[in-house]
Write a protein that binds this ligand. Structure first.
Ligand SMILES: [Zn+2]
Length: 309
């Protein structure tokens, strides 16, 4: 009883101390010293903003590990976060297919920036149905263009931070240029005929184009469309016909589709293994290497190269 009371008093004292610290910060800190609240949709976009905004921003990602952006619907809490932000970054090209209305609404109130906005039309992949492929982060050079959009939008919102954003962007662009080279070199170790990437959905179109990898997805570029028996048959034909060794699951897509491919190929006498898990539309867990954009790309490329080599 006494112990519990004492514990309660400690908590109370701690509460007062924290409140006092809060007041102190309020007195001494200027508005410019506070971090700018930023909301980003995907983990990849959030990581980009953190790299360029550095200490000047406090970034919240709406979508955590394993969350599929094509299907993501913001909760009331997410809407509140969007309302509290001073600037919002999203991927664009309809990746966030179910956030269209809220993003339009937010754009009337505050800078709401699609990081894909400056990619020239001729560099975008368009599907047979005339839909733009939103998965630009898989071509590192396109993600570098996205980095420049973030840099300029932050500098416009917060001119005092312009030199910081420019400096951070320069350093990060150097890192991305290095990553781009590394991806190219790593994939070049896989014989060209074996460079075929089969996944559940078509997230890797830009990756394939940039790094000379043939790609095939069971579903289209959005997971919102179901795959049918014809898609399954077509993909199994490819696996058997080309004697492809491995297929890959995606962290944000149920693995059942890929398991159906493995079973279908086995039924036709061709053994396909699951080459590993790729981070396609969401990054890995926070605090792990795959919880950053650079780490996610490195993981994917190593997994692909190891399984297909
Ligand atoms: Zn996708």
């Amino acid at each position: 009883m006494v112990a519990r009371l004492r514990f309660g008093l400690v908590l109370l004292a701690l509460g007062i101390a924290l409140a006092a610290a809060g007041c102190g910060a309020g007195r001494t800190g200027t508005a410019a010293g506070e971090r700018i609240p930023v909301v980003a949709t995907t983990g990849m976009v959030a990581d980009l903003v953190r790299n360029i905004g550095g200490e000047r921003v406090a970034v919240t990602a709406l979508m955590g590990p394993g969350v599929d952006p094509h299907l993501f619907k913001p909760t009331e809490g997410d809407v509140a976060r969007l309302q509290q932000a001073r600037i919002i970054f999203y991927n664009g090209l309809h990746l966030e297919g179910r956030m269209g209305d809220i993003l339009v609404k937010m754009a009337r109130e505050k800078p709401t920036v699609a990081v894909a906005e400056r990619i020239p039309e001729e560099r975008l992949l368009i599907t047979e149905d005339g839909v733009e492929d939103p998965h630009i982060w898989f071509d590192v050079s396109l993600w570098m263009a996205a980095a420049e959009v973030v840099r300029d939008a932050l500098a416009e919102l917060d001119p005092d931070g312009q030199s910081t954003y420019e400096q951070n962007a320069r350093a990060y662009l150097d890192e991305l240029a290095e990553l781009d080279e590394w991806v190219r070199a790593e994939l070049a170790t896989v014989p060209a005929a074996r460079r075929v990437l089969v996944t559940a959905h078509d997230a890797f179109g830009y990756f394939g184009r940039a790094y000379d990898v043939e790609v095939a997805g069971l579903q289209g570029i959005s997971t919102a469309a179901e795959y049918g028996l014809a898609d399954l048959e077509r993909t199994i034909d490819l696996l058997v016909g080309r004697q492809i060794k491995a297929v890959f699951i995606e962290s944000s897509v149920p693995r059942s589709a890929i398991e159906a491919l493995v079973a279908g190929a086995a039924a036709r006498g061709h053994a396909v293994t699951i080459g590993g898990e790729l981070f396609s539309d969401a990054m890995g867990a926070e605090g792990t290497p795959e919880g950053t954009y650079v780490g996610m790309i490195r993981h994917n490329v190593r997994t692909i190269a190891d399984a297909l080599r």
